[in-house]
Design a protein around this ligand. Structure first.
Ligand code: IVH
Length: 692
């Protein structure tokens, strides 16, 4: 079922953010690798990359094949495996999708074998595992080769990788044939997949879209150590070449494999005829959601091996088997109403409130409608009968409305132009799909999240006032805006001492902690405001550039004139491009935000930015620009060194620049510096300057 809030941010917001981040990262990849002219620091690049990874970890269904995370820095999917010829071809399976087609399958089998009509055929049925097929060749009881399916005739040798799977026996008992190919499916459990993605995100590794991709990526590793760490599993279900028979039926093969220590699916069943088969199919389908691994259908195999032999193959698929695929998980229900959810960043997301319905074993009562265009495109209206769909863990979606059942008086949905939470205008910027509430901190839906950010570790970091307490205090009305935090000690009627788990001492400590944070450094303060795209690094750069709150406010007011000097100066700050500048200026242009800022100013004492840089160095206070490819150190290191010596690093040169340090291939920035009469230094000259 869908949670109250569609995860922490909506899928719509995530989609937008993922595509913006991907584009940004691609741009920097090109600048860095293609042009050797990076515009942002490695740390800033890493931060973008990690943000993308985190989002993708939370929304694996939104990962695009061409996402930067799937290429750059991602584990290489190896192609350096040697080829192996299968002793017996690895075939594919025909598919059926309906009960009628299952009937046809059985009829074909019966006709081929010339069995009387109505004679039941014993069929061994088992789940179709969504993984990668693998062939294990044992000779003289030893595992000698493991291979992928490849084109069915020749696969890739993945023996070393497969040997890391703990549930594959390395040796067979003495009764096993001298030479035998055992076929199975390598897969990853759903819970292991989620855990793996979390670890990958934490370690900046590749994020996988689904368990199948994770299994494939984990198996096709040239470095076996990597495969060894991945939670891969196998189910075995068939034989390839076999030098001596081991059973007379498919069920017998499964039993033998299990006896030899191979994992086989626990819920396989020997079915007796059509009704039995269809019952098994229905039962398994209804359990699909709760199964620990992904399955995409049921495989039916004629049980007797002598019959299999007679039936043989047609165009690379056996006549004796077929796969009965599950349909996409869909259901019809009524769309009761469309409500609007306001996310942390103010995005208004339309949500379909549905008459609860069972979709593939999961009760669904809400589904996302993404945005206003999507509602128009699908033309869904309150009261409509709608088809909803779930695929894997994806948030339920509305496929379409059944127009034949639409009531005559069904009204088209009018997307609100104001925020349903706070009444502020909800605006849609040109080129964006999302409509956003402009209420910012004034909007209750955004306020709590922003308050949590305000007190977070890198911001005000008030002891005893974590996210949980902020949420409670907000709900109880003690804290509505950031400045309320500083008025808490004077507030009456809260009776904090008698709260669960509190006492006089904790209240005293909390108030002392609040008092202590009345004095705060400018960079922390800027970060705490939660302006979009202004993270810690940018906040610090703003603090360095403007040194005091009053200066900053004054400059941002003047910078509203996009043609003026102050705007140009803002853009000249390292890591601040037009998009970030717009978010900063929007903050200052918003009366709600200004009220909050003014309110805070009354409560706080702002410390001007004091760098802990070495202010006695010859470059202290100077503004420097690095350009071109540096030889002796990376860009990041160069910038950090300059900043530690008290220099300000700017993104591009202006008349205020003191030095432009040019590496190899310094292009336009060097030319501009020369025109402006700014001192140009080579990397060596810069090194000399700072060492003296
Ligand atoms: S039997 C001769 N049983 O599905 C056919 N296949 O679409 C032998 N698969 O390549 C295959 N679960 O990788 C069989 N329980 C199962 C299966 C299964 C998954 C895969 C297998 C095959 C593909 C065909």
């Amino acid at each position: 079922m869908m949670p109250e809030k569609i995860r922490d941010i909506t899928a719509e917001e995530a989609t937008e953010k993922i595509s913006a981040l991907s584009a940004e990262i691609e741009k920097h990849n090109l600048l860095y690798h293609g042009k050797d002219a990076p515009e942002i620091s490695d740390a800033a690049y890493d931060a973008l990359f990690r943000e993308l990874q985190m989002l993708e970890a939370e929304f694996p269904e939104l990962i695009k094949e061409d996402s930067p995370t799937q290429k750059v820095g991602a584990l290489p999917e190896a192609s350096g495996f040697s080829k192996v010829k299968h002793l017996a071809g690895m075939l594919s399976l025909s598919n059926v999708f309906s009960d009628e087609e299952v009937t046809d399958f059985l009829t074909r089998v019966r006709r081929f074998l010339n069995l009387p009509e109505g004679e039941r055929i014993a069929v061994f049925a088992e789940p179709k595992i969504d993984g990668l097929s693998c062939s294990l060749l044992y000779e003289d009881g030893k595992l000698v080769t493991a291979a992928t399916r490849g084109d069915g005739e020749t696969g890739e040798d993945i023996t070393a990788n497969v040997k890391t799977l703990k549930d594959i026996p390395q040796a067979l008992p003495a009764d096993a044939p001298q030479k035998i190919e055992i076929r199975g499916e390598i897969y990853m459990r759903k819970d292991d997949f989620l855990k793996l993605n979390e670890t990958q995100a934490a370690e900046s590794g590749k994020i996988f879209a689904n368990p199948r991709n994770a299994a494939a990526g984990s198996l096709r590793q040239l470095d076996v150590q990597v495969t060894a760490k991945r939670p891969l599993k196998i189910f075995t279900y068939a034989l390839g070449y076999c030098s001596a028979p081991i059973a007379e039926t498919q069920e017998g093969i499964a039993k033998k494999l299990a006896a030899w220590g191979f994992p086989v699916t626990e819920n396989a069943r020997l079915c007796d005829g059509l009704e039995d088969i269809l019952r098994y199919y229905e039962e398994t389908q209804s359990q699909r959601g709760e199964m620990p691994y992904d399955i995409d259908g049921i495989v039916y195999k004629v049980n007797r091996l002598d019959l299999q032999e007679r039936l043989g193959f047609v165009s690379r698929a056996p006549r004796w088997a077929t796969a009965h695929k599950f349909p996409a998980e869909q259901a019809e229900t009524v769309l009761e109403k469309i409500s609007i959810q306001v996310g942390r960043t103010g995005t208004l997301t339309p949500v379909a409130e549905l008459t609860p319905v069972n979709v593939g074993g999961v009760i669904v009562s809400r589904a996302t409608l993404h945005n206003e265009d999507e509602i128009k495109r699908k033309d869904v209206r309150a009261g409509d009968h709608v088809i909803i769909q779930r695929a894997g863990d994806v948030i339920p979606q509305i496929v379409r409305a059944d127009l034949s059942k639409r009531k005559k008086d069904a009204q088209e949905f009018i997307f609100p132009a104001t925020c349903p939470e706070c009444g502020s205008p909800a605006v849609r910027k040109e080129g964006e799909v999302a409509r956003r509430c402009t209420g910012g901190l004034y909007c209750p839906a955004q306020a709590v999240e922003r308050l949590k950010h305000f007190v977070s570790k890198a911001a005000f970091d008030i002891d005893g006032l974590g996210a949980k307490i902020v949420q409670e205090f907000w709900e109880e009305g003690f804290i509505k805006t950031p400045a309320d935090i500083f008025r808490l000690p004077q507030r009456e009627g809260m009776d904090l001492e008698n709260r669960d788990g509190w006492g006089a001492l904790s209240v005293k400590n909390l108030f002392a902690a609040i008092e202590q944070k009345r004095v705060i450094s400018l960079d922390r303060f800027i970060y705490a405001l939660g302006i979009r795209q202004v993270g810690q690094a940018t906040a610090k750069r703003l603090a360095i550039a403007y040194t005091s709150l009053d200066h900053w406010i004054e400059a941002m007011e003047k910078a509203q004139d996009r043609g003026g000097e102050d705007y140009a100066a803002l853009l000249n700050i390292e890591d601040i491009g037009a998009a970030v500048a717009e978010d900063i200026l929007a903050f200052f242009a918003d009366p709600h935000q200004r009220a909050i800022l003014n309110d805070l100013k009354v409560e706080l004492t702002l410390q001007d930015y004091v760098s802990n840089a070495d202010m006695s160095s010859p470059v202290a206070g100077k503004t420097v620009v690095f350009t071109g490819k540096l030889e002796t150190m990376g860009r990041n290191e160069a910038k950090a060194k300059a900043e530690s010596l008290g220099a300000k690093v700017a993104g591009s040169g202006s008349a205020k620049t003191d030095y432009v340090i040019c590496g190899a291939d310094a292009g336009s920035k060097r030319k501009k510096a020369a025109e402006l009469g700014v001192t140009i230094l080579s990397e060596q000259e810069w090194a000399q300057l700072i060492s003296g």
